[in-house]
Structures are given as structure tokens and as C-alpha cells.
Design a protein around this ligand. Structure first.
Ligand code: NAP
Length: 306
């Protein structure tokens, strides 16, 4: 059986694409991936998604989107795609432990993943004090001192959230100006538990079994120092999840899929939506919007193919 539309990814982009494709009677299949629901499942309050004047929890929002997609006839497969064959129609999707799936159109909504500093001890201590998800791991650090690395909205959000548990949070930023939006900066700056460490980078993460501190380097003075802490949270941006499509599709230097004329990619019949093709806005609402566009583009493509 060859499907009309297969959507890879189940964040706001993938699920919105599913809602629209299902309502167009295309009977979409969503391959949910290892982190079903995407990045919002690791967030707490979502305050900027229109329609929720009192905020909604990220996992709750994703549960609602999934139920909405299911209501109109979307089917779901809880697998991880290991390879795709885009060289000829129909496209083939290979999924771990499942039969391959063939499809006339594909919507790629695989999102992006948290970046790490690339330090050897960071990898060794991942899950033992090193994390990139405050919502997932903050609870384990009650009454402890923590470090958050980064100066963007994520760093502000994570550090503010972590003050619910931690006794103190140091935000280590490599410059003396934040990249974060004014409202998020103000909120973090007003928080008495947050201290900013400017012009500094984490050079090493200390600890045998668990994190006990970090080595910092100040770029202005050139001095290194140790800062004791029980956990280090990375908030230094994301990398698009496009390894699967390398050499088969056009991407930019950072690996974001290139789209034109809406959501069309360099492969006719393959569309991209959400963070996988957007390094600029990266919001749930923009991802959802592009998911809608991708479903409409896939529908028109199928119509034109007869
Ligand atoms: P970002 O805006 O790209 O910021 C990444 C931060 O990490 C920057 O301050 C950057 O420093 C720093 N950084 C990058 N690589 C580093 C390295 N190797 N070592 C040390 N520091 C490093 O990423 P983000 O904060 O994850 O935000 C991504 C997007 O999501 C943004 O559009 C943001 O507005 C949005 N977002 C929105 C919300 C919200 O509205 N609730 C929450 C989270 C994220 P430099 O500044 O020096 O480059």
C-alpha cells in the first residue's frame, strides 16, 4: 500500500500538518519519533501560543493537538525512522522494527535538538548533573546551586524555571549582552536567585560520579576559576534533525532544510515544516503555521499529479 502523506515528526508542525491533511481526506500517517510531541513536551507554561490567555502546559498542548489530529483520522506509528529513500516515487521510509512505508508525499517535521558544548566531561556526566532540559531534570536539584549556559530566551526560561528548585542559579554567558528578548531578560534579572556571570565560558565540567562544579574562563581578564555547582544546564541553541536527509536534499550550512514557494523542498513531493527548516522564528505557533502550509502544499501536489 502506498500512502498519500506520511509526516515524520509529531511536534506542533507535524501535528498541525496531520490535522489539515486528515481533514483533506488524505489519511495521513504520523511517525512520532523517539520524542513524541517534540520539544514542547519538555516545557512548562506556554504563554505565547494564541488562544490560551492563562497559558497552557507544553505537554498538555501537544496532547490536545494529537487528539485533534486523531479525531480526523490520522494514524500514528511510534517508531524511529532509520533511513529514507527519496530518489524515486513512491518514497520509502524505513522504520526500526517495522515494515517500510511507501508514500507519494512526505512532510518532514523532525524539529531540532539541543546543542552541547562538546566537552569530554559533559558527555560523561550527561544525566549525572549535565542536562539540556530544566523541565525534565530541575526537580532533582532541590536546594542546590546550578549553572545555566547561554544568553538567549532558552537560558532565561531555564534559569527562571530552575529557581523553583535551586537555591541559586548562575547564568554563564560568553558575552556581556544577552540575546534574549527584553521581557525574558527582565524576568531573569529581577529574580533574586539568579546571578549572571558575564564574558565567561565553561571550559570544563568537574565531578567524578556526579557534577560538582565547572571551570570558567573569563574572556576579558583571561583568568580561569572554579565554580562549585550540582548541575549544569545547556541552553545554547539547537541543531536541526536532518542527518537522515543528508546528501538527498538541499540544506544550509547548519543543516536546516531549504524550502521555497511555501514548504517545498529540493525534492518534489517532499515538504518541510517547523524548526527543521526555520532557524529564525522557531516558535510553536510558526511551526504550526508552516505545518498547515505543508499539508496544503502536499494536497495541491497530489491534485496536480492526478
Ligand atoms: P539562541 O537564541 O540561539 O541563543 C543561544 C545562546 O547560547 C546565545 O546567547 C549564544 O551566545 C549562546 N551560545 C551558543 N553557542 C555557544 C557556545 N558554544 N558556548 C557558549 N554559549 C553559546 O537559542 P535559544 O535561546 O535556544 O532560542 C532559540 C529560539 O527559540 C529563539 O528564537 C528564541 O526566541 C526562542 N525561544 C522562545 C522562548 C519563549 O518565548 N518562551 C523560549 C525559548 C526559546 P551569543 O549570544 O554570544 O551568540
Amino acid at each position: 500500500m502506498t500512502r498519500n502523506v506520511v509526516i515524520i515528526g509529531s511536534g506542533p508542525a507535524g501535528l498541525t500538518a496531520a490535522i489539515y491533511a486528515a481533514r483533506a481526506n488524505l489519511y495521513p500517517l504520523v511517525i512520532e519519533g523517539l520524542q513524541a510531541g517534540g520539544q514542547l513536551t519538555t516545557t512548562t507554561d506556554v504563554e505565547n501560543y494564541p488562544g490560551f490567555s492563562h497559558a497552557i502546559m507544553g505537554p498538555e498542548l501537544m496532547k490536545e493537538m494529537r487528539a485533534q489530529a486523531e479525531r480526523f483520522g490520522t494514524t500514528f506509528l511510534q517508531g524511529d525512522v532509520t533511513s529514507v529513500e527519496l530518489g524515486k516515487q513512491p518514497f520509502r521510509i524505513v522504520i526500526e522494527g517495522e515494515q517500510p512505508v511507501d508514500t507519494k508525499t512526505m512532510i518532514i517535521a523532525t524539529g531540532a535538538a539541543a546543542q552541547y558544548l562538546g566537552l569530554p566531561n559533559e558527555r560523561r556526566l550527561l544525566g549525572h548533573g549535565v542536562s539540556a532540559c530544566a523541565t525534565c531534570d530541575g526537580y532533582f536539584f532541590r536546594g542546590k546551586e546550578l549553572v545555566v549556559v547561554g544568553g538567549g530566551d532558552s537560558a532565561m526560561e531555564e534559569s527562571t524555571f530552575l529557581t523553583k528548585f535551586a537555591s541559586k542559579v548562575y547564568v554563564v554567558h560568553r558575552r556581556d549582552k544577552l540575546r534574549a528578548s527584553k521581557i525574558m531578560q527582565d524576568r531573569a534579572m529581577k529574580n533574586e536567585k539568579i546571578t549572571f556571570v558575564w564574558n565567561s565560558s565553561v571550559e570544563d565540567i568537574l565531578g567524578d560520579q556526579v557534577v560538582t562544579g565547572v571551570t570558567l574562563k573569563n574572556h576579558v581578564t583571561g583568568k580561569t576559576s572554579e565554580l562549585p555547582c550540582a548541575g549544569v544546564f545547556m541552553a545554547i541553541g539547537h541543531k536541526p534533525n536532518t542527518d537522515l536527509f543528508k546528501s538527498q536534499m538541499d540544506m544550509d550550512a547548519k543543516g536546516y532544510l531549504l524550502t521555497n514557494n511555501g514548504t517545498a523542498t529540493s525534492v518534489p513531493g517532499v515538504f518541510a515544516a517547523g524548526d527543521v527548516q526555520d532557524s529564525k522564528y522557531r516558535q510553536a505557533v510558526t511551526a504550526a503555521g508552516s505545518g498547515c502550509m505543508a499539508a496544503m502544499d502536499a494536497e495541491r501536489y497530489l491534485e496536480n499529479q492526478g
